[in-house]
Design a binder for this molecule. Sequence first.
Ligand code: ZN
Length: 404
Amino acid sequence: MDQSNIEEIVRQVLNSMGDGSVKTASGSNASAVPTSIPKTAHVAVLTALEHFDVKEYPIPPVGDGDILVKVEGCGVCGTDAHEFRKDPFNLIPVALGHEGTGTIVAMGKDVRKDSAGKDLKIGDKVVTCMIFHDNPDITMFDLNKQNVGGADVYGLLPDDDVHLNGWFSDYLFVRKGSTIFNVSDLDLDSRILIEPCAVLVHAVERAKSTGILRFNSRVAVQGCGPIGLICIAVLRTMGIQNIVAVDGNEQRLEFAKRMGAERSVNFMNYKGIDALAEAVSDAFDGHLADFAFQCTGNPHAHSNIYHFVRNGGGLCELGFFINGGDATINPHFDICSKELTMVGSWVYTLRDYATTFDFLKRAKAIGLPMSDLITDKYPLDQINEALKKNLSMTGLKIAVVNKD
Ligand SMILES: [Zn+2]
């Protein structure tokens, strides 16, 4: 980067300070405004299977519609783990990390509002959602109808000449046409959890579309990894009390209770599906569930969950983010004669993303231990260890967090 680029960035920083936005910012944000922007950024690039290199790239000049974000932290997603092990999307070399958050340190003169219409200024804490290359002028209303599954996100982009494309880094270069949200009113842990929580906010929206899930429903949640645990939290913030958690790990079941499950069933204690279904029924005082959420990626778990649901009940399958193989069911007993209503759920819409901010505030307000979901934090230069920890399945949410 040459001298004129640096001058341009300095000019942008001074310009944005000149409109008074920084001076009027709340005290906590104002103190977080960095005084200088370095010439280079450090980006963790997956250069080979199971190997990241932290590379140094020049920070490009910030154009009129661009935003430069100083990264605070980023969660490790199951998708990152798949890329790390097998590169199923054929992206290597790739800058990963899509569950990230940070502080705006520079922005172009055309940037005034976030994707929800909230003011944006230097010093604000932000998260990104999907990028629409085809139509950067697409409206919020249109976005509501689209599922993020078909769009690009930072952290899963092919490498290009900008390079600052993923949140496992110290700076992210947010280009014109990206969605971005001002989440300055959420703490760092909450902001790191936005993306996985949006998956559950979406799943519960899908469940509500059946008309079966109500505030007083009996709800079974199978699988108490991060997805199942957050599912319980979302249900609790809706006022649903009667939740039974099903898992094979006692520690996770204890956590499920802290998240709001009334009772738990450890499937390791039961032999055969009939005994397990009876245990679930016992946990509901002799009733089967009105509704069940399937949050594991195990086909046997899919086959089992039909047995937990009453006649006329509902089911949401959200555990298979990737192809986990075929499951065996009995169409007569499991679906037809039971008159079961089933929905599938995958990823989220932009509207779910925005709804998730309020979910996180409510979860905190009613005392759910959301921050405890983040069990391990690693600095950027230990990203390989962070991914290995994720693969070891010994923690819950693993995060990469920068030092300052
Ligand atoms: Zn993710």
